[in-house]
Design a protein around this ligand. Structure first.
Ligand SMILES: Cc1cc2nc3c(=O)[nH]c(=O)nc-3n(C[C@H](O)[C@H](O)[C@H](O)COP(=O)(O)O)c2cc1C
Length: 352
């Protein structure tokens, strides 16, 4: 049952890129949370396609239909059912790959596994399905903020080989490439334009900061919060690595430099990124998420047919030049879903 995330705050999603609709059921959301249409629409807008020339031009209305679980703008504690109809799929763009596998995509492995090919827009492997994650995640994010004062914030920290040094973390939007420092906007734009001119694509790194977390969240051995975060973030399309705290760098330094010593006042530094033994230390959580470049590039590439005959293909359709940028609200959502699940688990443990 791999379409469900979480145990205490459980979300099940369904739908495909060019199917009728994308939908979800959230089971376990506490009652009494205020959810307005405006809040949900604002969150959905943050991931929206077609919002600038630097993201895919698919123009979905993303009209949110609540089916259950909310009464007079408050969650009731019963399952929240939500559906969004797809209304801008252009399946003919995918006809030329009907019998061929796109390099870098999940086409080949889905075929190996399911022996059936939904070639239209990538089917269930498409990032279109992440609209359900953002819907569930937005509600999880608000649950964390309103009930537990925990805030989750993600931003673009690297694009291709350009490092974005920033001084202040400022919430920004897709038009500004989710860069916390607007001085980078022009440079990011130019990097993307140069890559598009070459009919190519780019990778990037997103960084996440979680504030307000209390110590003690996470359950060893197999419910560690950091490992759950890594797993759930790796479940997102195109994510190739997840780093907690100093991450990769910690493998290259001495323990004397790496350890975060304890003092009367607490920790003076937080290189472990907020975790020891998979349990939160109470310090802010720091995570980096690395994305590969978009697989769909407009260059001729080699591939094979279902009968494994070689062919050159040129991909059509509307694609993100750098998928990671639009992933900012999706990453916030996945982090929120993972943390709320562990927080609710923690609450269920408190007998003394
Ligand atoms: C927000 C987001 C948008 C994406 N948009 C595209 C896209 O427009 N074109 C494309 O080829 N891949 C896109 N992808 C990536 C593919 O869905 C993904 O690379 C593919 O399913 C293969 O999965 P894998 O990269 O995890 O192995 C997107 C991913 C995310 C997270």
């Amino acid at each position: 049952m791999t379409n469900t995330i979480g145990k205490f705050y459980k979300v099940t999603t369904f739908g495909e890129s060019h199917g009728k609709a994308i939908g979800l059921v959230i089971d376990g959301c506490p009652s009494g949370l205020t959810i307005s249409k405006k809040y949900i629409n604002d969150q959905i807008k943050r991931r929206k396609t077609g919002s600038s020339r630097y993201v895919t031009q698919r123009l979905e209305r993303d009209k949110v239909n609540f089916l259950s679980g909310i009464y007079k703008k408050k969650t009731t504690g019963t399952p929240i059912g939500i559906i969004i109809y797809n209304n801008n799929s252009i399946s003919k763009d995918y006809l030329n790959i009907k019998n061929y596998f796109r390099p870098g995509h999940a086409d080949l492995t889905y075929y190996f596994k399911y022996k059936i090919r939904d070639y239209k827009g990538g089917g269930r492997s498409s990032a279109r399905t992440t609209v359900a994650i953002v819907l569930a995640g937005s509600i999880a994010k608000k649950t964390l903020k309103d009930f537990f004062n925990i805030e989750v914030f993600c931003y673009l920290s690297n694009i291709h080989n350009y490092f974005l040094d920033f001084k202040i973390l400022k919430l920004t939007n897709i038009r500004n490439f989710y860069s916390p420092d607007l001085k980078h906007k022009k440079k990011i734009k130019n990097i993307i334009i140069d890559s598009m001119k070459e009919s190519d694509s780019l990778g990037c790194k997103l960084s996440v900061n979680v504030t307000g977390i209390i110590p003690g969240i996470g359950t060893p051995l197999f419910g560690k919060l950091d490992s759950n975060l890594a797993k759930n973030l790796m479940d997102l399309n195109a994510v190739k690595a997840v780093e907690i705290g100093k991450g990769f760098k910690s493998s290259k330094i001495h323990g004397s430099l790496n350890n975060d010593s304890y003092y009367k006042e607490g920790f003076l530094k937080n290189d472990c990124g907020g975790f020891l033994g998979g349990i939160s230390t109470g310090c802010d959580i720091y995570i980096n998420v690395y994305f590969k470049p978009t697989s769909s590039i407009f260059k001729t590439q080699n591939t094979v047919s279902k009968k494994f005959l070689e062919k050159k293909i040129l991909i059509k359709g509307r694609h993100d030049p750098c998928v990671g940028i639009r992933a900012v609200p999706i990453i916030e959502s996945l982090v929120s879903l993972t943390i709320i699940d562990s927080v609710l688990e923690y609450k269920s443990f408190l007998f003394f």
